[in-house]
Design a protein around this ligand. Structure first.
Ligand code: ASP
Length: 729
């Protein structure tokens, strides 16, 4: 009986997926929109890609039989992409992707972030501890091997446990006998599964970075904006053991020999040219309902924007003109600002594009289809989702202001790290040596924390953010401890901040150090009564309970319904090619170089040049200054072989590739498979593409490789690096 069910189920699934693929092959796919799986290009996209100008084959992009482009693309540092550009493991990515490593390796004496860094030879390359890069060895469709084990009668818990077990088995079997890692990811809200075999290197060294005035030119003013002139690149090298396999840092390690590296073309692009971006897009949500989009536009984004507005204003005020604070907070502020500005652009774009209205119109069509669809009953799907999102919305303030306001206070977040130490000490099961060892580890971590910490900033943050939390989270959802303590200070949050920062050990390195010395059960008790720790633990415990009780069950129900909704959409539109949402797995997106109309009468050209550098340049400005030598080169038009036919120095260009966060640092490739630039951003009017792509205004921004090479060669004189590259004419 079970066997029969499984056989039928597999058949059904096969029919379903084959249905999608067959439909695809008869379709004229008009990509631009879409982040495609490299292993499906042959079936789904290659004809369209070639029709748009691509001259190579799907095998050139992804192959398990021979080296291909995929062997030159890496997940960089967890959240970005990088590419191999030499036979000796040289890696190109964005400056903003290397930013935190460059920041960590900088000091007031050797301020690589501010001044740039160029290793003149391999011995000068600097190890970047904690940085890692991951290659994809292969990927496999394991949908059948997972979903054929579940059935419609199973309750969700059994279903989830069965899937978990299948995933564990598959991961173990693909990994067996290799030094690779394996993991499985769900696609299409759990309607498909793919397994990835990966290889991760951890000895990564900094090779070159332009000064921030080049790498971050335009700062936050220009971030997410076109036209752009940011020289957003940095260079690292991957090191391996003598066997070319991953190895922990050692001075004996040697440059990694990649299976493939990109040839580089200096020919540049013109409007209409084919381009393709190969990388690791992080997260998109293209198939959301109107209720979810409404939540994003009208609750989540405005809430988080409000918090970050205030957080950034505080940090920026202290950083201005202060190198020490800038080194401590530049990376933190940059991370906050990047998402903050994107949420703003996304909200505006979704509103302008009438995203809610478009989704509603689609949902009406869906409902008509569902009402008459024979087979599984989807009639209640949308009404149920609407109810669930309505209930979810009631917790939006709690979620957003706890994570973005309450936990914006570094001391509270830091105090939370001590939970495990305190509970281990209070359990009194560790030997005194083990406890001492653990406490010593905490001392080391504390030293790291305080080296990047400015108490004045955090005290102001505490006062501002807790006041915000208090005014935005519904009073009945706030922790009683929080409310009582605030009341003790008559809701004067500055007074509370002054008192708690004077008293707590978590804002005072000496006091904390003393407390961790000869750490004991008694000291653990004292630590747990520290006002900062107490505040953290009271609010966090209640929050965790609320999430568990109210939010997780809603989310779980939404997830199940979205699985059905996704599947039903595919059934409703058998002729449409659905691409899976981004989930930090390797994807290909392709399009053409194109300007765009931003608004009535405002038309943007597709490329920028040195002329814009000169126009934006403002000596001494925080965001628009440029190094003297660069200004001189630009004034003299001394661009070497990197000028275009008109004699101008190309800086950046835009195209219709569908990209997102995580695509930063991705190789941008021309029709011949040659590297022509590095992806680094999107245009303001198109930042909503994570939720709704619009071919008329969504553009990715690419740093032209000629500007990168000009900086390396003519500005920095790092000809040692140029010599390593494979330049093609
Ligand atoms: N700037 C983004 C990133 O940091 C790229 C994008 O979202 O387009 O990954």
């Amino acid at each position: 009986m079970e066997y029969l069910y499984r056989t039928n189920h597999i058949l059904m699934l096969k029919r379903f997926l084959i249905g999608i693929l067959c439909a695809a092959s008869t379709l004229t796919v008009h990509a631009d929109e879409g982040m495609w799986l490299p292993i499906l290009l042959e079936q789904l996209n290659i004809e369209d890609m070639q029709a748009r100008g691509f001259k190579l084959s799907a095998e050139d992009i992804y192959s398990v039989n021979h080296s291909s482009m995929k062997d030159a693309v890496v997940l960089f540092g967890g959240g970005c992409t990088g590419e191999m550009i030499s036979a000796e493991g040289l890696l190109l990515t964005n400056h903003h992707c290397g930013f935190s490593s460059i920041n960590d390796l900088s000091s007031l004496e050797n301020n690589y972030l501010r001044d740039g860094f160029w290793a003149k030879n391999k011995a000068e390359e600097i190890p970047a501890p904690g940085l890692k890069v991951t290659f994809i060895i292969s990927m496999h469709d394991v949908t059948d091997s997972i979903l054929s084990y579940v059935n419609a009668q199973m309750d969700e818990a059994t279903r989830a446990a069965t899937i978990k077990q299948r995933i564990a088995n598959l991961e173990a079997s693909y990994k067996k006998g290799t030094h690779y890692e394996t993991f499985v990811r769900a696609f299409y809200y759990g309607n498909a599964y793919y397994l990835f075999v990966t290889e991760t290197f951890t000895d990564i060294r900094l090779v070159g970075a332009p000064p921030a005035s080049v790498g971050n030119f335009g700062g936050e003013t220009d971030n997410w904006v076109w036209p752009r002139h940011t020289g957003d690149f940095s260079i690292f090298r991957v090191y391996a053991g003598k066997d070319n396999k991953p190895a922990a840092y050692s001075s004996d390690n040697v440059p990694f020999k990649p299976r493939y590296h990109f040839p580089i073309s200096l020919k540049g692009v013109k409007e209409g040219d084919f381009t393709m971006v190969y990388g690791f897009p992080g997260r998109t949500q293209e198939y959301l309902t109107s209720y979810a989009v409404d939540l994003t536009i009208n609750s989540t984004n405005p809430n988080r924007i409000e918090c970050r507005d205030k957080r950034l204003a505080i940090m920026n005020a202290y950083m201005l003109g202060n190198d020490t604070v800038t080194l401590q907070y530049a990376s933190k502020a940059k991370g906050l600002a990047n998402a903050y500005k994107k949420w703003k652009g996304e909200k505006t774009g979704l509103e302008l594009n009438d995203a809610i209205g478009k989704k509603q119109a689609y949902e009406q069509l869906f409902q008509v289809w569902a009402n008459t669809h024979a087979g599984k009953d989807y009639r209640d799907l949308l009404p149920q989702l609407e109810t669930l999102y309505g209930r979810y919305k009631a917790y939006a303030e709690l979620i957003d202001y706890t994570s973005e306001a309450f936990f914006a206070v570094e001391a509270l977040d830091f105090a939370s790290d001590f939970e495990s130490l305190i509970s281990k000490a209070l359990a009194d099961t560790l030997s005194s040596e083990a406890l001492a060892q653990l406490a010593a580890q905490y001392k080391t971590n504390a030293a790291g924390f305080f080296s990047g910490y400015d108490k004045r900033i955090d005290r102001e943050m505490f006062a501002t953010m807790l006041e915000l939390y208090s005014s935005r989270v519904q009073p009945e959802l706030q922790s009683p401890y929080f409310k009582t303590t605030a009341a003790q200070y008559k809701n004067n949050f500055t007074a509370w901040a002054n008192a708690i920062f004077a008293k707590s050990v978590f804002t005072n390195p000496e006091k904390l150090d003393a407390m961790l010395t000869n750490f004991s059960v008694k000291k653990a008790k004292k630590m747990s009564a520290d006002p900062m720790y107490r505040l953290y633990s009271e609010v966090a415990a209640l929050y965790a309970a609320q999430i568990k009780q109210y939010v997780q069950p809603l989310q779980a129900e939404i997830n199940i319904l979205m699985r059905d909704y996704m599947r039903a959409q595919m059934l409703m539109e058998p002729d449409k090619l659905f691409y899976p949402d981004a989930n930090s797995t390797l994807r290909v997106t392709y399009g053409n170089v194109k300007g765009y109309t931003a608004k009535d009468a405002v038309q943007y050209y597709y490329m920028t040049t040195d002329a814009g550098l000169e126009q934006k340049y403002k000596a001494g400005d925080e965001e628009f200054d440029l190094p003297k030598k660069l200004v001189e080169l630009v004034e003299k038009n001394d661009f070497g072989p990197y000028a275009d036919a008109s004699g101008a120095l190309p800086v950046a260009f835009i195209a219709s590739n569908h990209t997102t966060g995580g695509n930063s640092g991705s190789p941008v490739i021309n029709a011949n498979g040659e590297l022509i630039g590095t992806n680094y951003d999107r245009v303001w009017e198109g930042t909503m593409s994570d939720i709704m792509y619009d071919v008329n205004r969504c553009r990715n921004i690419t740093l032209d490789i000629r500007y990168t090479l000009f900086i390396i060669d003519k500005y920095a004189g790092a000809t040692n690096l140029i010599k390593e590259l494979t330049l093609v004419q």
